[in-house]
Design a protein around this ligand. Structure first.
Ligand code: ZN
Ligand code: ZN
Length: 417
């Protein structure tokens, strides 16, 4: 069978017979909300239509020019109670189109029912699953005590500064009266689902190595390149030690160790001019159990060891080490986990290895759980040929149809009286 490109023919179960939730998911995947210039207007138009279809009022807050946070609100029967936030980001990371089987923005469904597209796992699937679950619950005439907010934020993939990081301090966020949040997680290749109660802190650091310039034919002392080499060795030796630590400890996951990757190098003007400066950048992810002050001292010591005047600065320096309770006594976790249990879902609790907007939610003291209802699927976020099967996608809607009522019905907490 030919892959179904346009949803109009019957290939791969598309066309007239296609489940409307799948069709909506594929439509959303086709919006090019891709960096470096995401078409956020397309997403806003789409969400405006959803607001009308669901009969839910929409609030739009422009946190920075061209960066709008959208909220659809389903008011509960007891709006004084803290609300449930269903958060998702609308942007996606770029693609190397030449490495994809299909156009990364065509939302092709193949003969096996796998839907290919940038954002199919991260996290356009989750956005549509929230929407479709709420649509079905509303259509069935359900109501719940707690208000449910569906929130759609820009710029998560570039650090969240013009998105959640700024919005979380906005009076409009306060007005939402959030008690508990769900945000994205990761696929799990096995039958189990992974759930995240904390995240590693991202540190994006650039180390600057100044040195003596001169003619490229000479043995100049104190060059930038010699310092750069020492910096790279010190950082990457630590990377190797952490890699071994992860391999040796069978119960560790990526979220339990520190990763360092060298991601950019800069410097030099000509083959025969010894440069006055060379810079190297690293993406470092640090578990919430690590001592951040000590780690920064380590970076300082490495720079000192590398040579005179080697300095570092941060483009991103997460300092929040708060995690969300997964104790049985916690009412939110208890509602979440017992509802999953009732669906025979096995949960694996982990620290999120990368970063999501949950870190800003946890930083203001609110509980947040990272969960994408994706099992039996390879982890392909940010990768070539990112896909999600239609059946896993549709099952995820059912999961939220069960989770949302449970969370929105958590009885008043002692603090809410
Ligand atoms: Zn994401
Ligand atoms: Zn991502």
């Amino acid at each position: 069978m030919l892959p179904d490109q346009d949803g109009q023919n019957a290939g791969g179960g598309g066309g007239a017979s296609e489940d409307p939730s799948t069709a909506l998911f594929r439509e959303y995947l086709r919006l090019k909300t891709v960096h470096p210039e995401p078409d956020y207007d397309a997403a806003l138009g789409f969400l405006g239509r959803i607001s009308e279809e669901l009969g839910l009022p929409m609030t739009k807050v422009e946190v920075c020019p061209g960066r709008v946070v959208t909220i659809l609100t389903w008011t509960g029967t007891n709006p004084a109670l803290k609300s449930i936030l269903l958060n998702s980001h609308t942007d996606v990371v770029p693609v190397y189109q030449e490495h994809w089987k299909y156009d990364a923005f065509a939302a092709v469904k193949d003969a096996e029912g796998n839907i290919y597209g940038r954002g199919s796992q991260d996290m356009k699937s989750v956005t549509i699953q929230y929407i479709e679950a709420v649509r079905r619950l509303k259509a069935a005439g359900k109501t719940f005590p707690r208000t449910v907010h569906l929130m759609f934020v820009p710029d998560e993939e570039v650090g969240g500064h013009k998105g959640m990081e700024t919005f979380i301090k906005h009076p409009e966020f306060q007005k939402l009266n959030v008690g508990f949040a769900l945000d994205e997680g990761l696929a799990n290749p096995s039958e189990a689902f992974t759930v995240f109660y904390g995240e590693r802190n991202p540190w994006w650091v650039t180390v600057r190595c100044p040195g003596s310039p001169g003619h490229g034919s000479r043995f100049v002392e104190n060059t930038a390149a010699e310092k750069l080499r020492r910096v790279i060795n010190l950082f990457l030796d630590f990377r190797e030690r952490e890699r071994q630590r992860l391999n040796i400890n069978k119960c560790f996951t990526l979220g339990d160790v520190t990763t360092i990757n060298m991601t950019m190098v800069n410097g030099g003007v000509a083959y025969n001019v010894i440069p006055a400066e060379m810079d190297v950048s690293f993406d470092i992810r640090i578990p919430p159990t690590a001592n951040l002050q000590e780690f920064e001292e380590q970076i300082k010591a490495w720079c000192k060891e590398a040579g005179d005047d080697v300095t570092y600065d941060f483009a991103q320096r997460g300092m929040n080490q708060k995690t969300t309770s997964t104790e049985d006594t916690d009412p939110w976790w208890s509602a979440f986990s017992s509802t999953c249990k009732s669906m025979d879902i096995t949960l694996k609790k982990e620290i999120f290895p990368a970063a999501t907007d949950s870190r800003f939610i946890r930083a203001v003291g609110l509980p947040a759980i990272g969960f994408s209802p994706i099992n039996r699927t390879p982890i392909l976020l940010h990768d070539h040929n990112e896909f999600l099967s239609e059946s896993v996608f549709l099952k995820g809607i059912h999961i939220y149809e069960t989770l949302i009522p449970a969370l929105a019905s958590v009885p008043a907490l002692s603090t809410e009286a």
